[in-house]
Structure formats: structure tokens, C-alpha cells
Design a protein around this ligand. Structure first.
Ligand SMILES: [Zn+2]
Length: 412
């Protein structure tokens, strides 16, 4: 993966290249960026840049040259803006098979007999996942693993995946080896949040790694990382994408109407992953689902409610989240439409406006605001693995009371 293939993030790319060009790279970097910001693809593009033979040819004058500014020989700065994409190193990184580039990521324990869970147990699946969904999140990865694993995971013991103590030992082993083909060894650890206290085994390694070793930790949530590890890394903040950047990327890579691209960009909250989810779940489908739900709620037909709840419970939590977030977006548009003058209503897309008008007929502004609060809570609980059926059941009942009785007391 080249920098060019990573959406936007020009400032970060510039900063990273600058670190290499000025030999100021630290041994352990923490790429911290929210879901869908592209921190993972960025880390791979950076690894490719460091390992690229052309970049190295331009920079390294001999084998003892160091990127980390520790040697007396200061290497000639490279001026290349991106990896070449064609040398054998680039080709290997692109296929994630470069012997000096290692990956560590949450893995599943297949069954109770599967003791020593290592990330490399799932390397084939990992390569496939990254080539398909470089902007995916950890839930996408775990779902992918369950669906595609060659070694059947029928009843995984740890359903969320983790980075185990065996993995830490494996990292130490890999890092102790000499580089095979290049001057550097790189380990990208995706989601160090999934590293338990066994991660402390890695402290010394991160603090005093073998020569020319680079750790790149790619994380979303600073607070969930072991503080001992956090304090030993150099922070590289990866900002969320802007609406314009998402819009541009959608138009560039997907064959969609400009109006649709800008609508999706507007509701994806800086996450390209969210944008792709919306692209796969067309808005028309989501709106239809929401209308169906509201109709069933208002009619208070218990058997159709149960059927609807049964169906939504099966679609998986990422799709449920997209559904809920999209509903929040529509409600917010409806709330906003109440405050806008006739003239300014134009800023709301026609489809959303139509939905808002219908919604305004069945419930008050306060009810809409209460529903947004409920939906936000639901997203929070789904992220924490709430029982989907119970959650949608309780939402259905609450919405019935909010809409039908307008009795806001019941929502607390
Ligand atoms: Zn190259």
C-alpha cells in the first residue's frame, strides 16, 4: 500500500516522511485515530515507505546507517515522496508477505484445546481482510474471522478476540531475529487495546529494541491502552476525515452520484468505514426499515413487532449500529427542520425532508429529541455487546410510549 492509496491525511504523511528524511524516527510510534480514519492503512503505507528499496537506495549509504539518528554516520536524506510500488520489497509489503514486516492483532481461541493463540494462526485471513477492508474495525475483523476462517471456529472461547501472552512471546522471538531482506524490522500491532497486562512483557522490548526495529501501535482508544506501554511510545495523532475528504474519496473510488456521495459524507462522522457501510446499506433500504418499524410501533401490533425484532436481531451489531445511527441522523434532520425558515429548508435533502414531515405529523419535537437520546444509548449498549433482541424490544416499547402517549416520563 502506498501513501497515495491512503485517503487524505496529508499532514500526517508529511510528518512521517519528515521523520524518516531527518532520521528522527522513534523506536515505537503510536498511531492514534478513531475508527475509519485510516490509521491502519497509513501504518502499512509507512512500513512500505521504510522498506522500499528505492527509498532506501536513495537514503542508505551503508548497512550501518540508521533511521533513528543513533549512528555517527548521518545518512543522505531521501527525497522520495512515496514508496515506488514496484520493487520486490514494495510488492511483498503490498501482499503483506514481507519477511521483515510483522503483524500482531486480536485473535480468537478456536476451542478449549487451542491453547497458544497467535496472530499468525490467522495470517491468511488477515491478508484477505486487509486487502478487502483496510478501513474495517475490530468487529469487522472478528466477524470476518468467524465467517472465513480455514480452521473452523465453531465455538470460539473468547468471542471478542485478544492479544495473548503467547503472542507477546512470539513478538519477542520475531524481533530478536536479524532482518531477512532489508535493514529494518517493523512490527505493526493493531488494537493494542486488546493487550492485557501480559503486554508488560513487551515493555523492555519497546524501550530498548534491537537495532533498526520499529514498533507501530495502531489504536483507537488511548485510555484502553496499558499506561506503561503508552508512556513508551511517540504519539502520532490521526485525525478523523473531513466531509470533503470522504466525499472526494467516494467519488474517486466508487461509481456514485455526486449528490449521494455528499449525503453519505455528511452522515459518516469522519469515518470512511461508516461511509462504506452506508454505501452497502442504501439509504432507501434504511429509510424503509425505519418506516416499517415506526408503522409497527404506532399500530402496536405485537406479533409484527416480535417478527421485526427477530429480524433486526439477526443482522449483526455493525449493521444494527448503522441502522440506529442513520435513524439518529434522520431525527436530527427532523428536529432541525422545525427551526428552519421555508427558505433554509433547502439545505435538507428532499428524501430526508419528506421523512421529517411525516415524523413531525406523528410526534412532537420533544418526542423526537427523546428518541434521539434513546437511540444514542442503544448505540452505546450495542458497542458493548448488549443482547440485541432485548435491546430492540425495549426500544420498541419505549418508542410506542414516546410517540403514542407523548408521555416523556416513561422514558427515564
Ligand atoms: Zn519500492
Amino acid at each position: 500500500m502506498q501513501f497515495e492509496q491512503v485517503i487524505a491525511q496529508e499532514q500526517v504523511k508529511h510528518k512521517l516522511k519528515d521523520l524518516v528524511q531527518k532520521n528522527r524516527l522513534s523506536h515505537a510510534l503510536l498511531f492514534l485515530g478513531k475508527e475509519g480514519s485510516g490509521a491502519l492503512p497509513l501504518s502499512i503505507a509507512f512500513a512500505q515507505y521504510i522498506l522500499c528499496q528505492k527509498v532506501n537506495h536513495n537514503s542508505a549509504t551503508n548497512n550501518t546507517a540508521s533511521l533513528f539518528g543513533e549512528e555517527e554516520v548521518i545518512i543522505e536524506p531521501t527525497t522520495l515522496e512515496d514508496s515506488c510500488g514496484n520493487c520486490s520489497s514494495c510488492i511483498k509489503v503490498n501482499q503483506l508477505i514481507h519477511p521483515d514486516l510483522h503483524f500482531s492483532y486480536p485473535a480468537l481461541k478456536r476451542d478449549s484445546r487451542h491453547d497458544k493463540v497467535l496472530s499468525t494462526d490467522y495470517i491468511t485471513e488477515w491478508r484477505e481482510f486487509i486487502s478487502q477492508s483496510p478501513y474495517g474495525n475490530v468487529a469487522d475483523w472478528i466477524d470476518f474471522l468467524k465467517e472465513n476462517s480455514k480452521s473452523k471456529i465453531e465455538n470460539p472461547v473468547n468471542k471478542q478476540g485478544n492479544i495473548t501472552v503467547f503472542e507477546c512471546d512470539d513478538i519477542s522471538h520475531k524481533i530478536s531475529l536479524k532482518p531477512f531482506e532489508s535493514n529494518y524490522k517493523i512490527l505493526i500491532m493493531w488494537m493494542p487495546e486488546y493487550l492485557g497486562k501480559e503486554g508488560n512483557k513487551l515493555l523492555k522490548l519497546i524501550e530498548e529494541p534491537p537495532v533498526n526495529t520499529l514498533f507501530i501501535l495502531v489504536a483507537e482508544d488511548e485510555e484502553a491502552i496499558l499506561p506503561t506501554i503508552l508512556s513508551r511510545t511517540q504519539l502520532m495523532k490521526i485525525p478523523s476525515l473531513s466531509n470533503e475528504e470522504i466525499n472526494k474519496a467516494l467519488l474517486q473510488h466508487y461509481n456514485i452520484e455526486p449528490e449521494k456521495a455528499s449525503q453519505i459524507a455528511g452522515i459518516s462522522e469522519g469515518s470512511f468505514r461508516e461511509a462504506l457501510q452506508l454505501l452497502q446499506n442504501p439509504e432507501e433500504d434504511l429509510q424503509r426499515q425505519i418506516r416499517d418499524w415506526l408503522n409497527i410501533i404506532v399500530k402496536n401490533n405485537v406479533s409484527s413487532q416480535l417478527k421485526w425484532i427477530e429480524e433486526i436481531s439477526k443482522i449483526g451489531r455493525e449493521k444494527q449500529k448503522t441502522f440506529l445511527k442513520y435513524f439518529i441522523h434522520l431525527l436530527e434532520q427532523a428536529v432541525r427542520s422545525n427551526y428552519l425558515s421555508e427558505e433554509n429548508l433547502k439545505i435538507i435533502p428532499e428524501k430526508d425532508l419528506d421523512f421529517s414531515t411525516r415524523l413531525n405529523k406523528i410526534c412532537s419535537l420533544e418526542a423526537q429529541e427523546a428518541m434521539v437520546t434513546e437511540l444514542e444509548k442503544a448505540v452505546y449498549f450495542i458497542e458493548r455487546n448488549a443482547h440485541a433482541k432485548m435491546l430492540f424490544h425495549s426500544l420498541t416499547i419505549r418508542f410506542f410510549h414516546i410517540i403514542k402517549d407523548n408521555s416523556l416520563i416513561l422514558i427515564h
